[in-house]
Design a protein. Structure first.
Lengths: 567, 276
């Protein structure tokens, strides 16, 4: 024993940010402690709040769009306003919600815990990335005051050079948001490389961390290209440098190449975190080691790398040589391999597992179903001959939403329900959560399933008006969007209700073998009372002791009983 | 519930070891979430390398655009590059290379704990950066006077200014390709080696790339100067030692990136001519 006495509970020194062994929500108090916090868990919660607000705003625009399309001609807004609405829906959902959503909220909260670290490698940079996000979001939203943008979220030239000046504030906002994204990615990369606790080898690293690692790689390597693209667009608008203007010798298709060089990896920045969550859910609720852990980890990296080679498939109809289109088409097909590896390994894990039908598992199953549809229709679009017919139709819209909403958003909801007890210390009502899932799942399929049919029959995307034969599909889609909205409200209510009405959550309510469940619920400020030394993998149910897998419900009930007796 | 279940799980590090770790006083520069100074240093260094990767990709977009246009218009690039001053460009290259040397020497003297020497070397580096910007300023103003500006501004008499009797008077002459008003301007001007050359309107693309690439680089020079200035401030305050010199190391690393980008910009823009 050393001569210096240290507190029994742990080996940390208290500093200005509070006692490291105190629960993170109460370790320090007051609004200032939140605004200046360096704790990755609090920053994760602040991100969660902001992306939820962004999701709500983007969702409202989506509902308005669907109402407008309920009947032909003008329903509630005119064509100009409609263009602004779909641009805002897209830009808010992509730049303000989905890109920062899983890394910013769940990644920030759980990545350090899952590798046994006290915090991310650069806590100040982490807080800075959150504030940069706020600045970027404000800049993007000032464009609404300045007359909103009507270019679509892709800001294609030459239209984006001719339309209103609010394009500048919107693109500058996206530019700034990119910095926030780069900083988060950089932080995670370094954290994974340098902060793993003893025993967390690369092969033992949880698949959520692997997914975040692949995502960070893409954020770091792709986002700078968006930055330069948007800078050039802004320079084009301010100084008319002509780089995208054919009159001055420039090329508008170059913008599309630049834009998609970022934005194709960006769609993987959006979906890979969803897959990362689902890997955790499937393992926990199948109660067995995940099948092909190494293959799933490598498929995330594979997606990250392939994501950089396929941007050209967004330009099949924009003017490229035949040879290049064939090349990009073939490369696009390759994406199906890592995606398929994941799907098959997940289903192989469920096979003969002891499946527990908790609400997060329902979302995981929903993810597999919806992402399979979204992924396979992606192959339709990657096939040259078919794509010529489907380019810029609702088929593309439906494909994109099946992957992004049916994939990432569903996975994120599942992840929130799964980790909510750990984050807040409160259990949600499973009945309401399952009811919410049914509404979300049915509503989603009605909304976007009908769009597949419309698109394959030639309904172009972004059109304000349509031919009579599309009316039934548009109506079905609009009604589906209401069902979906009801489901999302039920789920949001379930999560919020848990905060004031929920039962106290035990340490490991789902009986998972994952590392994050081995610490307190909610975690203490330093995540673990002393640096853990890991001796088994996060999915090694056969090596985990009964105490580790114990759900802890007995203790919680006993505590509640004794509390009741005292009264 | 309060005890740490990780202890069961996985056998925590032996209690004695944990105590020993804390028996040694943690150095004041070691942040709370790192276990050792080495871990903190490697994390910081890796972070800077990753950041440098992002910078290279950002410039990569511009180099890509450059490659496309030079491939499409090799003759135009040859013609337009005569208007870049090779002497000034070469001087700036030497200035930056020298500043990179002093930055590297500053890291070494920081590692050896020679505080004053580090300060002197950092000051020299920052002065070199200033010299670079001053030379760049003269280059830019000369382009402005000739009307060699990007895009719509190409041939615009903003800075050379005077218009007499509807004819512009300046160091260059603007020529209309045909007599229709509003037709694109050609620019006839004297290049850096004294030849009078006629530049077609499409030459604006070259100057567009020139200004965007060197402008973004100059911005990085300014950022690099601020970083080195901050490192200098901390060094003067005595915050670095043989054990802790991370900021000096990283600041110099960033400065090498700024240098490296210029090493590519200089030949690609100034030295692309065909043998005459």
């Amino acid at each position: 024993m050393a001569a210096i006495e240290i507190p029994v509970a742990g080996g940390h020194q208290a500093d200005s940010h509070g006692d490291p062994d105190a629960m993170y929500l109460t370790a320090s108090r007051g609004i200032r402690s939140w605004l200046t916090t360096l704790d990755h868990k609090r920053i994760g919660l602040m991100y969660l709040t902001m992306v939820s607000i962004a999701f709500f705003a983007g969702g409202m625009f989506a509902l308005l769009l669907r109402i407008e399309l309920f009947s032909r001609g003008k329903t509630i807004v005119d064509a100009e306003t409609y263009n602004r609405f779909f641009t805002l829906h897209g830009a808010i959902m992509v730049f303000l919600f989905i890109i920062p959503s899983v890394p910013g909220a769940l990644g920030n909260f759980f990545l350090p815990i899952m590798i046994g670290a006290k915090d991310v490698a650069f806590p100040r940079l982490n807080l800075l990335s959150f504030y940069i996000y706020l600045v970027g979001a404000s800049l993007a939203l000032t464009s609404i005051v300045m007359g909103a943008v009507d270019t679509g979220w892709t800001f294609y030239t030459p239209y984006s050079m001719q339309t209103m000046n609010s394009v500048i504030s919107m693109t500058f906002g996206a530019f700034v948001l990119g910095f926030s994204s780069i900083l988060t990615g950089l932080n995670f990369l370094v954290t994974v490389h340098t902060m793993r606790a003893p025993g967390v080898t690369w092969s033992r690293m949880p698949l959520f961390v692997w997914g975040m690692y692949a995502t960070s790689l893409m954020q770091v390597l792709a986002t700078p290209v968006l930055a330069i693209t948007l800078l050039l667009l802004i320079a084009e608008r301010f100084f008319g440098i002509g780089i995208f203007d054919p009159k001055l010798g420039g090329d508008p298709v170059l913008f599309q190449h630049f834009f998609w060089f970022y934005s194709h990896p960006a769609v993987y920045i959006m979906i890979v975190p969803g897959m990362a969550i689902v890997s955790e859910l499937i393992a926990t609720f199948s109660r067995r080691a995940i099948f092909g852990q190494f293959a799933i980890a490598m498929s995330s990296i594979g997606l990250a790398l392939l994501g950089f080679l396929v941007w050209g498939h967004h330009l099949f109809a924009a003017g490229m040589s035949e040879f290049v289109t064939m090349l990009f088409s073939a490369l696009t097909m390759l994406v199906a391999i890592p995606s398929g590896v994941k799907i098959f390994n997940w289903t192989a894990t469920i096979y003969k597992g002891s499946v527990v039908w908790a609400s997060p598992m329902l979302y995981a199953m929903g993810f597999i179903f919806l992402f399979s549809i979204g992924g396979l229709t992606g192959l339709f679009l990657g096939t040259l001959s078919v794509d010529i017919h489907l380019t810029d139709t609702y088929f593309v819209v439906a494909h994109f939403h099946y992957v992004m909403m049916g994939g990432t958003v569903i996975a994120m909801l599942g992840g929130l329900l799964y980790w909510w007890p750990k984050m807040t210390g409160k259990m949600h009502d499973e009945r309401k959560a399952k009811l919410g899932f049914i509404f979300v799942f049915v509503g989603f399929n009605v909304t976007f399933g009908s769009q597949f049919i419309m698109g394959s029959r030639g309904m172009p995307r972004r059109y304000y008006d349509y031919l009579p034969q599309f009316e039934p599909f548009h109506r079905a889609s609009t009604i589906g969007s209401w069902i979906l909205a009801v489901g999302l409200f039920i789920t949001a209510y379930t999560l919020l209700e848990a905060l004031w009405n929920g039962k106290k959550a035990p340490r490991n309510p789902w009986g998972s073998a994952g590392y994050e469940w081995m610490t307190d619920t909610p975690p203490c400020l330093a995540n673990f009372h002393s640096t853990p030394v890991i001796t088994r993998g996060p999915y090694d149910y056969h090596l985990a002791t009964p105490e580790e897998l114990a759900t802890g419900w007995d203790e919680v009930t006993a505590e509640a009983d004794s509390a009741a007796k005292k009264k | 519930m309060t005890e740490d279940l990780m202890a069961n799980v996985t056998e925590t590090a032996p209690a004695g070891a944990a105590h020993d770790e804390h028996a040694h006083a943690r150095p004041s520069f070691l942040a709370h979430h790192f276990d050792t100074p080495a871990q903190q240093f490697y994390a910081a260094k890796l972070g800077m390398w990753v950041f440098i990767a992002t910078e290279i990709l950002m410039f990569g977009g511009l180099f890509c655009a450059y490659a496309i246009w030079r491939g499409m218009e090799p003759d135009l690039f040859d013609l337009a590059h005569h208007f870049l001053n090779k002497t000034m460009g070469a001087t700036n290259t030497v200035v930056l290379l020298f500043s990179s040397l002093t930055a590297a020497l500053a890291v070494r003297s920081a590692q050896l704990g020679h505080r004053n020497q580090t300060s002197v070397l950092l000051v020299v580096t920052i002065l070199c950066a200033c010299a670079f910007l001053v030379i760049k300023y003269f280059e830019y103003t000369h382009k402005f006077h000739l009307g060699l500006l990007p895009g719509h501004c190409f041939g615009h008499p903003w800075f050379s200014g005077a218009i007499q009797n509807g004819e512009e008077v300046g160091t260059c002459v603007r020529v209309h390709a045909d007599s229709t008003p509003g037709s694109p301007l050609w620019v006839r001007a004297v290049d850096e080696s004294g030849h009078t050359r006629l530049l077609p309107p499409r030459a604006n693309m070259f100057f567009g790339l020139y200004f965007v690439m060197t402008g973004l680089h100059a911005l990085h020079v300014v950022i690099g100067m601020s970083i080195l200035g901050w490192v200098l401030y901390r060094n003067v305050k005595g915050q670095f030692s043989k054990e802790y010199f991370t900021a000096v190391d990283l600041g110099a690393l960033y400065w090498h990136l700024v240098d490296l980008v210029w090493i590519y910009l200089f030949p690609l823009l100034y030295l692309v001519g065909k043998p005459e």
